[in-house]
Design a protein around this ligand. Structure first.
Ligand code: RET
Length: 280
């Protein structure tokens, strides 16, 4: 019977071989993290500069969008310098027909800083879109809470135990929460935006459609890389890097440039925002 490191993983014997494999980031992954850190920092500076060209009353999207890339830059700095990460202990069981089952012990690097980033930035991205569509506070609250449930249960999935219902159970819960978000954007948001006129309606349909396609790729990447562990940690870093650039800087430039050209996208958030001083 296998001997070595004791484990406390439910459903498997308490002893597994003591030669673990490590699935961690290497040069390509680490370089990618630095590149995205730089791109997020530059985007933040450009978004901030763009906001100075408009009166305070018209800066709401600028402020939200700049915060999104600032949070991402901070999270990428953490990951690039080796922080915001820990090793998930996995015990993988291979069922054998004629000999006793064998167990492999694996440590895979999980960048939990991503989930901190996402728990701040995905609500802000949703807020950008919800304001554009003209959603009411009740629907914005429900969409943001569903989104937070999605990210936090996704974090639990990332550290969940394999070979028990835990890991994929959390993943399923996260996917259900994601469907709630999809409904708020794809159905409720689209109808509400269309009521603001055909220009805003068309722009919302385009940018929310883009968002839903990009966002849907995240659980797919997660399932292949974190979940099934078919992709290396470097591959995972590169896949999320491409998605993060599309979901944050590309989304942001598209939103802010269109906002500057289409006055109907304006949202009036009342006296607090401008202290009643801005006439615009
Ligand atoms: C997880 C895993 C669990 C199932 C689901 C997920 C969805 C994540 C999404 C993330 C979006 C991130 C963005 C980041 C911005 O740059 C947590 C991966 C559904 C939709 C837009």
């Amino acid at each position: 019977f296998p001997t070595g490191t004791p484990t406390s993983v439910p459903g498997i014997p308490s002893v597994v071989p003591s030669h673990p494999t490590y699935e961690v980031a290497h040069h390509a992954g680490k370089t990618t993290l630095w590149v995205v850190f730089v791109l997020m920092t530059i985007s933040s500076a450009v978004f901030a500069a763009m906001s100075w060209r408009v009166p305070v009353g018209k800066r709401l999207y600028h402020v939200i969008t700049t915060l999104i890339t600032i949070f991402a830059a901070i999270s990428y700095f953490a990951m690039a310098t080796g922080a915001g990460t820990s090793l998930n202990h996995i015990v993988h069981r291979t069922v054998n027909k004629h000999v006793p089952d064998t167990y492999d012990e694996i440590y895979r690097q999980v960048y939990w800083a991503r989930y901190v980033d996402w728990s701040l930035t995905t609500p802000l991205l949703l807020l950008d879109l919800a304001l554009l569509a003209g959603l009411n506070g009740a629907h914005i609250t429900m969409a943001v809470i569903a989104d937070l449930i999605m990210i936090l249960t996704g974090l639990f999935a990332a550290f969940g135990t394999e070979g028990t219902p835990q890991k994929w159970g959390w993943y399923t819960i996260a996917c259900v929460a994601y469907l709630v978000v999809v409904w708020h954007l794809g159905v409720n948001g689209r109808v509400t935006a269309a009521a603001k006129g055909s220009k805003v309606g068309k722009f919302f349909a385009a940018i929310a459609g883009f968002t839903l396609i990009i966002w849907t790729a995240y659980p797919i990447v997660w399932g292949i890389a974190d979940g099934a562990r078919i992709v290396s940690v470097d591959g995972e870093i590169m896949a999320y890097a491409v998605l993060d650039i599309l979901a944050k800087p590309v989304f942001g430039f598209w939103l802010l440039i269109t906002h500057s050209r289409m006055s109907a996208t304006h949202v009036d958030v009342g006296g607090f925002w401008t202290n009643g001083l801005s006439r615009e």
